[in-house]
Design a protein around this ligand. Structure first.
Ligand SMILES: Nc1nc2c(ncn2[C@@H]2O[C@H](COP(=O)(O)OP(=O)(O)OP(=O)(O)O)[C@@H](O)[C@H]2O)c(=O)[nH]1
Length: 245
């Protein structure tokens, strides 16, 4: 059991801002620094200065795994290592031929780190709130998380509810409908994800990036972006295809 191990310790955060004309290579420089590779191909302009997305939810619901799946396309199996404090990763996603930079904060779900994470809520433009479909307590705690969000986060923050570990069909205790019902009650979009198989992980971040892009740049004559409709049209349901996703 490695639940007491440290996944990351963040002592101090520093911020560096890249400035310069469009097309000089600011994003490429960031990607090179972050991932050690150069992404060639056609140039697309960056929207704003990037957005902060925070992952929240009880310990062991799979926040770090969802982030690693999105960032590296891999699943972190093996021993569970709890996050200490907060950690972050950058990813650039393309939305309608524009680049949207996401800085994703992975928070520790354990109660004892709550005061550390509270301090970061204000800076988040979007929150992904996770529960584990195989653990009822993590679902029951969603209401408490939402209360905490209303207390500490920005009023216009984008919130999305994710029922993670949808691959674990045999251990499921929370149905898709229960998740959907709770999300509807709070007026937030919902989907089930699996960091293991990758189902809906990319979509969750894409939907957030699209929403944030549209909020910041509304092109004239462009229809208003509706995150609920976008998700419904794109998501893979875990109750289709024999329940194994
Ligand atoms: N089967 C399955 N296991 C998962 C999935 N996501 C995470 N896990 C497992 O669940 C455990 C917890 O995952 P983490 O991502 O470390 O959980 P966390 O929410 O970041 O936990 P804290 O850092 O304590 O807040 C690990 O053993 C993972 O391998 C998933 O989608 N499917």
């Amino acid at each position: 059991d490695c639940s007491g191990c440290m996944k990351s310790v963040l002592l101090k955060l520093t911020q560096t801002i890249l400035v310069g004309d469009s097309g000089v290579g600011k994003t490429s420089l960031l990607v090179q620094f972050d991932q050690g590779k150069f992404i060639s191909g056609s140039f697309s302009a960056t929207v704003g200065i990037g957005f902060t997305v925070m992952l929240l939810g009880d310990s062991a619901v799979g926040k770090t795994c969802v982030l690693v799946r999105f960032k590296d396309g891999a699943f972190l199996g093996g021993n569970f290592i709890a996050t200490v404090g907060i950690d972050f990763r950058n990813k650039v996603v393309t939305v309608d031929n524009m680049k949207v930079k996401l800085q994703i904060w992975d928070t520790a779900g354990q109660e004892r780190f709550r005061s550390v994470t509270h301090a970061y809520y204000r800076d988040a433009q979007a929150l992904l709130l996770l529960y584990d479909i195989t653990r009822k307590s993590s679902f029951d705690n969603i209401r408490a998380w939402l209360t905490e969000i209303s207390e500490y986060a920005k009023k216009d923050v984008v919130i999305m509810l994710l029922g993670n570990k949808s691959d674990m069909a045999a251990e499921r205790v929370i149905t898709h409908e229960e998740g959907e019902k709770l999300a509807k009650e709070y007026g937030v979009p919902f989907m089930e994800t699996s960091a293991k198989t990758g189902v809906n992980v990319e979509l969750a971040f894409q939907a957030i990036a699209r929403e944030l892009k549209h909020r910041n740049i509304q092109q004239p004559h462009e229809p208003k972006f509706k995150i609920h409709d976008y998700i419904e049209s794109q998501k893979q349901k875990s109750n289709c295809c024999g329940g194994i996703m």
